[in-house]
Every structure is written in structure tokens, then in C-alpha cells.
Design a binder for this molecule. Structure first.
Ligand code: UD1
Length: 419
């Protein structure tokens, strides 16, 4: 088992290139189950979650090969329609194979994902949508079984703009007869990327990114070559890491339009940010101050950047309130930051963060992916050594984070855990 050791670091400087988006790659890989032809997916980050999705696709019948940074997927024939507990419980995004399996093969048996550290995360919106499209759904023994002769089009209103439900239903609708409309759909850039991939394969989707998505069903999807968008959360995390060290860095290969709320909040804190066409520069030389943040569906402030901002705010002047509205349990990182001396109080869905003289390094544990990122950021600004355990959480979502931070001058390394 490995740990990450972070020491107080000089201001980060230099430039790095942002990797492909995990949250765009996973649904696109699931969507290859819809395609009869060869799909070449480019710019996929080599992360453990991507490997998990590939092994699930292989167990369903996909032939997968890796050519440099490209993943090639062909699904000549379905071998199984079952996504077992062992796979779905390791990664919730496995549930995204449900829509493609139902649409192309008319049946699926898939484990219910269950709870996860950040909250309950039900799948009721996915299931209501599939039922509206004519699937017969049975729940039992921790599994969902769904069957249909052929899905039909439907008008679906999502009670909440769920990212996963929007993706699952949009994929399923591509092969339905007639026009499906998804209202109050999620508008994240990853939704637009999935729609673009599907359209390149022959789907007829319009409105992705605008809240109402129209999908005109087609008989068949072919394959295509597709370049996945860059990871806006990785970019945001590096911006916050630079701010925590009063650094000045340039992030290449990331459109600033995907990070508007993060850029706005960092500017409000006192950072100077320059937006290029496909790059962002941040200079956080000045004294920064706390702000108030509320997480919201896109284009609001992303819940996936909440913990990192909580870590940064623990190291700057003033008082700030973070309100989490997407997941009910996304303050697990707070008790780890408190062990480092942060002054944070939790009141329901709010974290109230107050100024301290300094935070100090400690042994802490990454309870989830973004908690791990937050602890790295805190460690860069803390006095003394911070030792972070359970770093497999971090490696699920950040490609070479230690090496990239080292390149920017951070005092960080990986080492074996003591037994
Ligand atoms: C995706 C992202 C995750 C991000 C989240 C919110 C991937 C692989 N993961 O997760 O990193 O934090 O979006 O931006 O892309 N909900 C229901 N019923 C449902 C579905 C969702 O009540 O059927 C609720 C959830 O419990 C949660 C909220 O809706 O409170 C948002 O969930 P959702 O947008 O579906 O997130 P994911 O797709 O799971």
C-alpha cells in the first residue's frame, strides 16, 4: 500500500497539460455497447475507473485493445447482459451500461449501486425514465432486471437534472422508434461530449447542454474516432493548488468556459486569472480571502470542486460558508482537515470555515476522491509533513497527480506505507 507525503511548498510555477476527462470517458465507453462498428476513443485518461469500465465491457462481450493513448472498442456480439455486484459496487458509473444494454439487446440484469461515502445516490430517475420508454423493471435481491421487446420514445421530465440519468436515458433513446424528449436534463460539458460522440456514430441528438434534449431514434449506430474533452475538475484542482501556495501556473488544453464558477470564485478570493482560448493562467501572489460558495448543477459551482475549495479556504483570511446542495454527505474531508488544525464547523448542509494562524501537517486519510485532492492542497500550505493514506481513491480520478505537482515545484512524493 502506498501513501502520499506532502510538505509545505514554495509557490507553484510552470505549466502542465490537462488530461482527458474521467467523467466524459466513462459514459462514452459505456455508449460503445450501442455501436456495431469500431470505436476509437482518444484522450482517455489511464485511470483505475477507466480500467474497471473496460473490464465490465469485456465481460459483456466487448473486444478492447489499447493503441498508445487510444482505446479501441468493438462489440460484435453480446456475451452477457449482467453487470454483477462486484463490478457495480466498485464504481457507480458501471450503472451506465443499463441504457445501452436495454436499447441494443432488450434486456439487462444489473446490481443496484447502493450507497457510497458521499451519499445515498439512488437510481430512481434512471429507472422511471426506462419505464416510461416501455421497459418492464423488477427489483429484487439487490439487482434491477429490465426487459423490453423494443424501447419506445417518451417525453421524460427529470425531477432533478441528474448527470447519470440524463446520460443513461439519452443513450437508450438513440435506438428507440420516434422522438424522445428529456426535460430538465443535466447540462454538464460531459453530457454534450457524450451527445457529440453518439452523433458522430450516427445518432440524432439535439439540445445537449441546453436543458431539453431531443433524440430522434435511428436503427443502428456505427463506430467513430472520437477525442474526449479535457478534465475540468482536474484543471480546477490544479488552480486551487496553485492558489494555496500563492503560485502562478498555466494550464494548457482546457477551455475556460467549462470552469466559469471556479474562475469566478477564485477571482473573488483575490487571484488573477487569464482566460485563453484553450488555456487558463492563474496568479495568486496576493493575500487571498474566504468567500461563500454554494454547489449547484452545471453551470453552478461543481460539487466535485467543493472539498478542494474547503481546503484552500482553511488556509486564507476571513470566514466563508460552503453550502452543499447536491450530495448529503460531502463533508467527510472536514474531519481530516480539522486534524490539521482547520477551524471548520458543520451545520447541516453548510460548512463554516474560519481563519486560523496556520494549519499543520498530520497523518490523514483520503475518504473519497475529492477529499484526497483537498488533503494534498492543504498539505501544500501546511507547516510540516502531511501523510495521506488510502490514496487509491485519488488514483481513481487524477492522472499522475504527484508527478504533475512535482513538475510545478511541489514538495510531494509517493512512498510505501509502513506496516
Ligand atoms: C456525476 C459525476 C460525479 C458528480 C455528479 C454531480 C460521473 C461518473 N460522476 O455523478 O463526479 O459529483 O455527477 O455533478 O460523471 N439522484 C437521484 N436519483 C437518481 C439519480 C441521482 O436522486 O436517479 C440524485 C443523487 O442522489 C444526487 C444528485 O441527484 O443527490 C446528483 O446525482 P447525479 O447528477 O446523478 O450524479 P452522478 O451521475 O452519480
Amino acid at each position: 500500500m502506498e501513501k502520499i507525503i506532502v510538505k509545505k511548498s514554495a509557490p507553484l510555477s510552470g505549466s502542465i497539460s490537462i488530461s482527458g476527462s474521467k467523467n466524459a470517458s466513462l459514459p462514452i465507453l459505456a455508449a460503445t455497447l450501442l455501436c456495431t462498428g469500431k470505436c476509437t476513443i482518444k484522450n482517455v485518461p489511464p485511470l483505475s475507473d477507466v480500467k474497471l469500465m473496460c473490464s465490465l465491457l469485456e465481460s459483456l462481450g466487448a473486444k478492447i485493445s489499447f493503441e498508445g493513448k487510444n482505446i479501441i472498442v468493438c462489440v460484435p456480439k453480446l456475451k452477457s447482459h449482467i453487470a454483477p455486484y462486484e463490478q457495480v459496487s466498485k464504481m457507480r458509473a458501471s450503472f451506465l451500461v443499463m441504457g445501452p444494454l436495454l436499447a441494443r439487446y432488450g434486456r439487462t440484469r444489473i446490481s443496484l449501486p447502493g450507497g457510497c461515502p458521499i451519499g445515498q445516490r439512488p437510481v430512481d430517475l434512471h429507472l422511471k425514465g426506462f419505464a416510461a420508454m416501455g421497459a418492464k423493471i423488477n427489483l429484487g435481491h439487490g439487482y434491477v432486471e429490465a426487459k423490453t421487446d423494443k424501447l419506445h420514445s417518451a417525453k421524460i421530465y427529470l425531477d432533478f437534472p441528474s448527470v447519470g440519468a440524463t446520460e443513461n436515458l439519452m443513450m437508450a433513446a438513440t435506438l428507440c422508434d420516434g422522438q424522445t424528449i428529456i426535460e430538465n436534463a443535466a447540462t454538464e460539458p460531459e453530457i454534450v461530449d457524450l451527445a457529440n460522440f453518439l452523433n458522430n456514430c450516427g445518432a440524432k441528438i439535439s439540445g445537449a447542454g441546453l436543458g431539453t434534449i431531443c433524440i430522434d431514434g435511428v436503427n443502428e449506430l456505427s463506430g467513430c474516432e472520437y477525442n474526449v474533452i479535457s478534465d475540468r475538475i482536474e484543471a480546477g484542482t490544479f488552480m486551487v493548488a496553485a492558489a494555496a501556495t500563492h503560485g502562478c501556473i498555466k494550464l494548457e488544453n482546457i477551455p475556460p468556459s467549462h470552469l466559469k464558477p471556479v474562475i469566478a470564485k477564485l477571482r473573488e478570493m483575490g487571484a488573477v486569472i487569464e482566460e485563453g482560448e484553450n488555456h487558463i493562467s492563474i496568479d495568486a501572489d496576493a493575500k487571498l480571502k474566504c468567500v461563500d460558495i454554494k454547489t449547484l448543477p452545471y453551470p453552478g459551482f461543481p460539487t466535485d470542486m467543493q472539498a478542494q475549495m474547503g481546503a484552500l479556504m482553511s488556509t486564507v483570511q476571513g470566514t466563508g460558508i460552503i453550502t452543499e446542495t447536491i450530495f448529503e454527505n460531502r463533508f467527510l474531508y472536514v474531519s481530516e482537515l480539522q486534524r490539521m488544525g482547520a477551524n471548520i464547523k458543520i451545520d447541516g448542509r453548510c460548512a463554516i470555515i474560519d481563519e486560523v494562524r496556520h494549519i499543520s501537517g498530520a497523518r490523514v486519510n483520503a475518504t473519497d476522491l475529492r477529499c484526497g485532492a483537498a488533503l494534498i492542497i492543504a498539505g501544500l500550505a501546511a507547516k510540516g509533513d502531511t501523510e495521506i493514506g488510502s490514496i487509491w481513491h485519488i488514483e481513481r480520478g487524477y492522472c499522475d497527480i504527484v508527478e504533475k505537482l512535482q513538475r510545478l515545484g511541489a514538495n510531494i512524493e509517493k512512498s510505501e506505507c509502513d506496516l
